[in-house]
Structure formats: C-alpha cells, structure tokens
Design a protein around this ligand. Structure first.
Ligand SMILES: Nc1ncnc2c1ncn2[C@@H]1O[C@H](COP(=O)(O)OP(=O)(O)O)[C@@H](O)[C@H]1O
Ligand SMILES: [Mg+2]
Length: 397
C-alpha cells in the first residue's frame, strides 16, 4: 500500500512529504521510502502560522481561515510530491496528515491540542482518503497526545541486543527509549526532552537581522562562546525537573521564552553569536540531562533524526555529552533524518486504516491503547477506498 505521510512540525519550516510503501502488520511490518521532499512554507504562510500560534493575535477568525488555507497548502504539497515521484494520485492509497500544531496544552483540564489543515480540502483535491487529527484520541484517554512517533520508533529502531535511544530534534526535541528485544524487563517509553531547534532558529534570525531562518550548519554557534553560568540558569527551568510522561511546545519554549533569553543575554554582555551558541548548548545539555535523570539505563546508541541532525555543532555537543554512547544520524540506520517523522505518520495512518491502535501508553501516559485519528473518506470511485471497504471491517469511513 502506497501511503503518504505529511508532517509540518514546530519549526514551521515547511511541509514534509514522504511516500512510503507499507506492507504487513506489526511486528513484521515492512516499509520502504519511495520518495521524500520538503515543500518550504512561503513567507506569507509561515507568518500566518506564527500569528495564529500567538494567543494575542491568533483570534478565532484567523484560526478558522488558517485551517482551510493549510488544507489547500497540504493538498498542493501532496500533488507536488506525487509528481516528483513520477506517480499518479490513483497510485496512492492513503494520506496521514499530522497537521500544523498551533496549540498544545496536555496539562489543561481537559487536555487539549489543535492541529490545523482541513482534511476535506486534501481529499477533494487529491481524491485520496486522509487520516488526520492523530493526537486528540490519546488525550481523551488521559495521554499527553505526544510523542506519537514512539510507536514507530519501537517498530523500526529496536535492536536485538543494544540499548538505543531515538532522539528527534525538530522545533521541540523528544526521545524514545528503546530497550533491546533481548531485554525483557525494560519497557520502551518516550517524552519530550525540551527545546530542539525552535530557540536556535529564533536566535539565528535575530542575530542576522532576519537574513537567516536557521543557523545553517551551525555556523553562528561555531563563531560564538557558550556562557556556562547563563546556560545553568536556563537549565533550571521547571520543565526539566518534571517526570515523564511529559510533552511541551512553543507555548513554553517559543517566542516569549526567546524574547526573555535574548534580553537577558544581551544585558549580560553576550554577543549575538554567543546567544546562538548558548541556546545550541541548551538543547544539547537538556537532552543529556534528560537521559541521566529519566532513562533507566544509559543508551549505548543514540539515533538522531529531525533537522537538528544536520547541525554539526549540536551533534558534536551531543557526542561530547553522551560519550561513550555512539551518536549517529538516523540516515546511518536507513532512515533519512529529515524524513523520519513524515514516515512515522504514514505508518500511523496505515495502522489506523487497518483498525490498529497507534499510541504507546508508556510514552504518552494514556490509560489504554486507542486507534488514532479521524478518517476523511474519498469520494468514490477511488480504487483503494472501495477495496479496503470490502476487506476491512474495522474501519468503515
Ligand atoms: N543544515 C542545517 N544546519 C543547521 N540546522 C538545520 C539544518 N537543516 C535543518 N536544520 C534545522 O532543522 C529545522 C527543521 O527541522 P524539522 O525536523 O523539520 O523540524 P520540525 O519537525 O519542527 O519542522 C530547521 O528549522 C533548522 O533549525
Ligand atoms: Mg519541519
């Protein structure tokens, strides 16, 4: 089954499109990546998203408009990906669309999260059924709604004998602890370690007066110095002391936090590049501390995915802090680092389509396993919808 995974993370850099061929069922699920592309957000859309993420400017009319607009943007991204892969929409059976998170409040009562990108527009434009809104169902059974990728990490990255950690560094960073198959008394679990690239991106943008959107190849961080004392002050943030399960977002480590850091750092006499270095160390150090504080066994191998894997300064800091563990980009184990999350949402959609749960209670804190998301069926005749309706009694869209 050809499934497209669509991911647009907290970095708000663009829409990741993974076209994945998936067969079988866990634990013997087979997959291969047919094509991967990132369609960068146009500046106008990116600004619109950042506007809606801000509770001051994200008024209900703007939220509503962005929901529809992103549905259209995602639909075009799907068609672009399909064309690049020399496929036709009829070749693709299903889309798993994560959507753009604009608010994530796992600690609210009731817990709540909002991913935008109206699936109706995607289905109407592509003719392909869509699974979307993955996180809410997990929250409805007491979970954090995150990290969901943990289910896929366990499936794809568990080693026979080695203790691994799968570390994703997107806008926010999250880890999945992966005990080896041979180790029966340890269980996999996952949580958000804290900031990923979001603060580094904001610092790079500020340091270059808006010329750069991120610290390309860690060049700014490499030119600056880490302020250890200020770094320790940042690491005293209460999020790092909380026990997992826990998840976070730009509500905590976003614009507001960054404005505070920038102001305070400049007052302490840090140069602009020093702020980028210190925030890069903040991400690396918060990850290392999280392992030390919360993982039952220190991993032997750390598999890094997400855009952070392409920042050599960040990767070197992680290698230093996590030695003697081996820190590798997920490309080295056969999963392109930038594609991993999109692949994960293709697999989660596939699981939902087949009526299987996709959350991992040990990761999200949910009371039980649940089938994730909502299905927006294609208008017939879509060849797959018809086949699937006859063969699968679990999901009747
Ligand atoms: N060559 C690179 N050098 C430094 N950072 C990079 C590089 N490539 C990507 N990144 C970082 O990765 C981020 C995008 O990561 P991504 O995994 O897409 O995050 P998200 O899932 O939050 O969208 C960029 O904003 C940037 O910070
Ligand atoms: Mg991204």
């Amino acid at each position: 089954m050809f499934v497209i995974g669509l991911m647009s993370g907290t970095s708000v850099d663009g829409v990741d499109v993974a076209i994945v061929n998936i067969e079988g069922a866990p634990p013997d699920l087979q997959w291969s990546l047919l094509h991967f592309t990132t369609i960068p957000y146009e500046a106008e859309i990116r600004d619109f998203i950042l506007e809606v993420m801000d509770p001051e400017s994200g008024t209900v009319d703007r939220v509503c408009e962005l929901h529809a607009k992103l549905g259209q943007v995602f639909a075009e991204a799907v068609l672009a990906g399909i064309a690049e892969a020399n496929l036709r929409p009829e070749d693709v059976a299903l889309i798993g669309s994560h959507g753009q998170t604009v608010w994530h409040a796992p600690e609210a009562n009731p817990s709540a999260t909002l991913q935008l990108g109206e699936a109706a527009y995607i289905v109407e434009r592509t003719g392909i059924p869509v699974v979307s809104n993955f996180r809410s169902r997990d929250m409805a059974v007491g979970g954090q709604g995150a990290p969901l990728v943990a289910y896929v990490d366990v499936l794809l990255l568990t080693h026979e004998t080695r203790v691994r950690a799968a570390q994703n560094i997107g806008g926010i960073a999250n880890v999945t602890f992966l005990p080896p198959r041979s180790h029966r008394d340890l269980e996999p679990f996952a949580f958000d370690t804290g900031p990923g690239n979001a603060l580094i991106d904001l610092a790079a943008e500020r340091a270059t007066d808006g010329a750069w959107r991120y610290d390309r190849d860690g060049m700014l961080a490499a030119a600056g110095q880490v302020d250890e004392e200020f770094l320790n002050e940042l690491l005293a943030h209460p999020y790092f002391r909380r026990y997992p399960p826990k998840s976070t977002g730009r509500e905590t480590f976003g614009r507001e936090f960054f404005d505070y850091v920038w102001h305070r750092a400049r007052a302490r006499g840090l140069t602009k590049v020093d702020v980028v270095s210190t925030l890069t160390a903040f991400t690396a150090r918060s990850i290392a501390h999280a392992y030390r504080d919360f993982l039952p066994v220190f991993p032997e191998e750390i598999i890094v995915s997400g855009g952070g894997a392409y920042n050599p300064v960040l990767m070197d800091m992680l290698r230093d802090l996590l030695a003697p563990a081996r820190v590798v980009a997920s490309d080295d184990v056969g999963i392109p680092a930038d594609a991993k999350e999109a692949v994960a949402f293709a697999i989660l959609a596939y699981e939902t389509w087949h009526g299987r749960p996709g959350n991992l209670p040990m990761a999200t804190g949910a009371r039980r396993r649940v089938i994730l998301g909502q299905v927006t069926p294609a208008s017939s005749p879509h060849p797959w919808t018809n086949d699937e309706r006859q063969s699968s009694s679990m999901i009747t869209p």
